[in-house]
Design a protein around this ligand. Structure first.
Ligand SMILES: *Cc1c(COP(=O)(O)O)cnc(C)c1O
Length: 439
């Protein structure tokens, strides 16, 4: 029983070590990622993973729950206090299942639901055509305007025309503050449930650097592994406004998660969520959240100074979207990866290319902020990004499909051999050594 992973399974052990090294020595700028604390990871790797505990505290289908009930109750109470909500469910396995549970709690199959379109920054689960949500519900997508801001006029028109049962607000690639108040007026007018999906910004909401949706929406979902800095997981919260609309809403949500959609909760994950929420109660967490936004604004300023085009010309949160030109997101994300900087290709509003070859890249500051990087280092990152862009400037993404394979092939070869990218890779490694993650 007592063998270490290294002794028992060196193959898996070495893969994990490889990933650890990759994270230590590179700059992670994917805005949905962050380095959880060692305490969170310790709780995640605990014997709580051995337990089955279908049901809720005090109402379980299996015995031996005294500690599991304690940890789930603790996580719930911490979340209630932090967000200021009367009801929380911490059992969703992740953000997507949390969202699906909300659909099944509030809607009947075939009901109309509105959400932000995926190419405009919305999440798959908000009704995008490739998502199961659009199979079981009649989903209507709203958009951003040509400047990249939510198009409130269109949202109002669509809401009045379709009278949806439920409206999502929240996104996965949106750099401005969400207009919760305006959307609540629209939702109230058509008697729709308004659900805020704060997966990306939960940590910023707790930190007081993004407006809280609590006053304006009926239900809130979030992941726990993005700016909240916990393990992978999800939560669903019901607000006072939600309970006022339907006094049974909290029970409906709980029943939708279990037994509606899931079986046994992941208790080790629940414990790690409790730990992350405990960290979020400390004053340092507010400092961290503020710094995440400060860093993003500093990075935006430095990039703009160097002539980089940003969607909406800046940011209110932890995230930036760079407009790279038609279909060029892949070139830039792949070249940056070669230089030790990881971000992701992403569509930009009114993208004329496709989600697989989008015209933008998405980047953010949570991960680099927790490892201690500040405004000064954002300047360096902006420099590196621009040097990589300079190397890639001759690569244009062909509008004609038949020409693409050849261009991509040449690009892939060139990127591997590019000396400037190798040089930047070394410089990035040097900086990372100054800001260790777990060492
Ligand atoms: C990340 C994200 C989700 C989904 O979370 P998963 O844990 O990946 O399932 C849902 N909604 C939004 C807005 C997100 O950004």
């Amino acid at each position: 029983m007592k063998k270490t992973l290294k002794e028992q399974d060196p193959e898996v052990y070495n893969i994990i070590k490889g990933e650890e090294k990759r994270q230590e020595e590179g700059l992670e700028l994917i805005p949905s990622e962050i380095a959880a604390s060692s305490a969170v990871i310790e709780a995640l790797g605990s014997v709580l993973t051995n337990k089955y505990s279908e049901g809720y505290a005090g109402k379980r289908y299996y015995g031996g729950q005294e500690f599991i009930d304690d940890v789930e109750t603790l996580a719930i109470n911490r979340a209630k206090e932090l967000f200021g909500v009367p009801h929380v469910n911490v059992q969703p396995y992740s953000g997507s299942p949390a969202n699906f549970a909300v659909y099944t709690a509030i809607c009947e199959p075939g009901d109309k639901v509105m959400g932000q379109s995926l190419p405009d920054g919305g999440h798959l689960t908000h009704g995008w055509k490739a998502s199961a949500t659009s199979k079981f519900f009649d989903t209507i997508q709203y958009h951003t305007d040509e400047n990249g801001y939510l198009d409130l006029e269109e949202i109002e028109q669509l809401a009045k025309k379709h009278k949806p049962k439920m409206i999502w607000v929240g996104a996965t690639a949106y750099v401005r503050e969400f207009p919760f108040e305006q959307l609540s007026k629209i939702a109230d007018e058509v008697n729709a449930y308004l659900v805020a999906d704060i997966a990306h910004i939960a940590g910023l909401v707790i930190g007081g650097v993004h407006k809280s949706p609590v006053e304006y929406v009926h239900v809130i979902t979030t992941t726990t592994h993005k700016t909240l800095r916990g393990p992978r997981g999800g939560m669903i919260m019901v607000t006072q406004k939600g309970l006022k609309k339907d006094s049974e809403l909290a029970n409906k949500i709980d029943r939708a998660v279990f037994p509606g959609l899931q079986g046994g909760p992941h208790d080790h994950q629940t414990a790690a969520i409790a730990v992350a929420l405990g960290e979020a109660q400390k004053p340092e967490f507010k400092e961290y959240a503020k710094q995440v936004v400060k860093n993003a604004k500093a990075l935006a300023k430095e990039l703009k100074k160097r002539g980089v085009k940003l969607v909406t010309d800046g940011t209110d949160n932890h995230m930036l979207l760079i407009d790279c030109g038609f279909g060029r997101g892949t070139f830039l994300s792949d070249a940056l990866e070669e230089a030790g900087i990881t971000l992701n290709k992403n569509t930009i509003p009114r993208d004329e290319s496709s989600p697989f070859y989008p015209s933008g890249v998405r980047l953010g500051t949570p991960f680099v902020t927790v490892r201690g990087l500040r405004e000064k280092e954002m300047e360096k990152i902006a420099d590196w990004i621009c040097r990589v862009f300079e190397e890639m400037k001759e690569y244009k993404f062909p509008k004609i499909k038949e020409y693409r394979a050849k261009v991509l092939e040449k690009f892939k070869k060139d990127v591997k051999q590019n000396k400037e990218l190798k040089k930047i890779r070394e410089e990035v490694r040097e900086l990372c050594k100054e800001f260790p993650l777990y060492k």
